[in-house]
Design a protein. Structure first.
Length: 368
């Protein structure tokens, strides 16, 4: 065991104090960005009450994007904005578990499976064919395909180390996905109202046709509480598709690497990092999915009083609003320009294909 030297002791006579100081410093650094996100969320919530058709979450992301374009939040605000955009959103999903039972979750998952799998298969096939037609390189079209078909940035992050994608492709894919997330948040509730969709039907539509969890929640929250609960369950089941997709891509990447090595007589390619063929399945399951199921289990056992449901639902919506304000504040508008036209065109085509596919499968399976 290492014992501190006299020099180390002189520099820091209380090692635990140093760790505590770093923890406090990290927490303090998040306060400005968190405060800004909460402030935007409060304003958006007030506006949303006057314009319920738009709602607080959508208003928050619009205000956030506008502020990002005007003030361009710097390093001082970034830690808190990042925390609000990721952790607070995940926490809101966990709180949503209090509105459901495990029996409801199982029922929704089984009921939505045909639409969810059909939409995913159509999206991945379209991404491959259209990506080749547009001349988009393999890794980039794979990232855009899984991002659109499964769960946006989370799927892109999970797939990136599996296929060995370079950072510039990841940035392009995330920028593309994010643009159409915003488009879905603004357009889908209007489509739902025009089609006269029920809360149940719209929840299934949002859960299968919107990319990222944040956008699914924002889209469904605008439509109604029942739609939100249904959409979140559908989206969480859809998120689990990351596991088989990553395992399949890992096998494909390993085969591609072996074939390339044979062609080069055992020489390793120098053009980029080698794909990792091994995948840790447990790391692909997000912690908030486990938390969501645990809270739902607690609710199933009757340990959450009925009087707390309304308060927990309101808390979850506000946490979502805070998270979406942060996502808007972190928008890199220049990233859309740097991505170029072809990735954006692929994202647009996939979005156009996935939307009617989800609606069509609902009607074909009688789930509308």
């Amino acid at each position: 065991m290492h014992s501190p030297t006299a020099t180390e002791t002189a520099r820091n006579p209380h090692p635990g104090t140093g760790r505590l100081h770093r923890l406090r410093s990290g927490t303090t650094a998040r306060i400005p960005g968190l405060a800004l996100a909460v402030g935007v969320a409060v304003v958006a919530t007030v506006i949303g009450r006057f314009v319920p058709l738009v709602g607080g979450p959508v208003t928050a992301i619009v205000i956030g994007v506008a502020l990002a374009a005007l003030i361009k939040p710097g390093d001082r605000l970034r830690p808190g904005i990042t925390t609000a955009g990721k952790f607070i959103l995940q926490l809101s999903v966990v709180v949503l578990g209090s509105q459901l039972s495990l029996a409801q979750i199982a029922q929704v998952g089984l009921e939505s499976l045909p639409v969810m799998l059909g939409t995913l298969v159509v999206c991945l096939i379209a991404a491959y064919l259209l990506g080749r037609w547009l001349g988009i390189i393999g890794d980039l079209r794979t990232l855009i395909g899984v991002g659109t078909g499964i769960c946006g940035a989370s799927a892109i992050a999970a797939v990136t180390p599996v296929i060995g994608a370079v950072s510039v492709d990841v940035a392009y894919a995330i920028s593309t996905i994010f643009l159409f997330n915003i488009a879905a948040v603004l357009a889908f509730p209007l489509i739902g109202h025009l089609l006269g969709m029920s809360q149940h039907a719209f929840g299934l539509f949002a859960g299968t046709a919107v990319n990222d969890m944040s956008s699914v929640v924002a889209t469904a929250t605008t439509y109604g509480r029942a739609a939100t609960n249904f959409a979140v369950v559908v989206k969480l089941v859809r998120t689990l598709m990351i596991i088989p997709i990553c395992l399949g891509l890992a096998a494909w990447a390993g085969h591609r690497l072996k074939a390339g090595n044979r062609l080069r007589a055992g020489e390793v390619a120098e053009t980029g990092p080698a794909p990792r063929a091994r995948v840790n399945v447990f790391r692909l399951v997000p912690w908030f999915l486990v938390g969501f199921l645990l809270v739902a289990a607690i609710n199933t056992l009757g340990l959450i009083p009925a009087a707390a449901y309304t308060g927990l639902s309101t808390l979850s919506v506000f946490l979502i609003t805070v998270a979406l304000s942060a996502i808007g504040l972190s928008t890199d508008l220049g990233g859309f320009r740097r991505a170029g036209a072809k990735p954006l065109l692929l994202g647009a085509l996939l979005w156009i294909i996935v939307t009617p596919t989800s609606l069509g499968l609902q009607y074909a399976t009688g789930l509308n």
